[in-house]
Design a protein around this ligand. Structure first.
Ligand code: IPE
Ligand code: IPE
Ligand code: MG
Length: 252
């Protein structure tokens, strides 16, 4: 076994996050630093996604959510928006066979409505084709915004005639795009920005964060492993106190 593969064994399986969500940020700055157009950065970012997907399967992560296009990203120059749409289309065309073979189940969170009808159809077909795969659930957040998701959930609850007294946190979760998916345990943001940028604002309530200055196209398997190692060291208290402290309290 290669050295790099043996190191992951040091993370106990119960310390591997079940759900990792990634804000894949910094493609533009990666390109700028190389004197390349921003779209070259997005292409490089897409290449990197392959590596991270493969690594996620190896590390035993069950759910991976990636932020690929936000509701706010429509505000970018039209040429960049068009380029990002084309990249989504190319990824489906080129990678679907491989993803399917590797047992990846593709899902989408966000709204498809605003996309070109042909692209919408492609996404729906990819979802349908991979729906029985269960090795890794890949949620692609595309035209996704956390506020939009909550607005959409409220609208649907009202339309369904949900009574005020029946509204619970569990019910709200079931109305979100992520219904049925456990909340993210670990959220990774590349490129050093310390903000949530409208990503999983409800689901992130108790997520652990890992922010790295590395731009997304350079975020490799080794750094991914470091993020997982950092996560494994965290003491997740969920508002309580950690078991070690509790033992002391009882002993004393
Ligand atoms: C993230 O990279 C990809 C998308 C938002 C689509 P950016 O394009 O935001 O890269 P920076 O932040 O400008 O470097
Ligand atoms: C968040 O990155 C969206 C995606 C990674 C798809 P942005 O680059 O759009 O976020 P801000 O503008 O820096 O907050
Ligand atoms: Mg950015």
């Amino acid at each position: 076994m290669a050295e790099s593969d043996s190191k992951i064994d040091t993370i106990p399986p119960d310390k591997i996050p079940r759900h990792v969500a990634i804000i894949m940020d910094g493609n533009g700055r990666w390109a700028l630093a190389r004197g390349l157009p921003r779209l070259a950065g997005h292409r490089a970012g897409t290449e990197n996604l392959r590596r991270i997907l493969r690594a996620s399967v190896e590390f035993g992560i069950k759910y991976l959510t990636i932020y690929a296009f936000s509701t706010e990203n429509w505000g970018r120059p039209p040429e960049e928006v068009r380029g990002l749409m084309r990249i989504l289309e190319d990824v489906i065309d080129r990678e679907l066979d491989e993803l399917d073979k590797e047992g990846v189940q593709l899902r989408h969170i966000g709204r498809l409505e605003r996309l070109d009808p042909r692209l919408q159809e492609k996404v729906l077909q990819a979802i349908e084709r991979t729906k029985d795969n269960d090795r890794l659930i890949l949620n692609v957040a595309f035209n996704y915004g956390g506020r939009d998701e909550i607005v959409c959930a409220i609208q649907r609850m009202i339309r369904d005639g949900v009574k005020a007294e029946d509204v619970t946190a569990e019910l709200v979760s079931r109305y979100l795009f992520t219904a049925g998916v456990p909340d993210p345990d670990l959220i990774i943001r590349t490129s050093g920005e310390l903000r949530i940028s409208n990503f999983l604002i409800w689901q992130a309530a108790y997520a652990e964060w890992y922010v790295t200055p590395t731009y997304w196209p350079d975020f490799d398997k080794e750094e991914f492993r470091r993020a997982l190692e950092a996560y494994a060291q965290r003491d997740r208290r969920f508002g309580g106190i950690s078991p070690a402290v509790e033992d002391k309290v009882h002993a004393g």
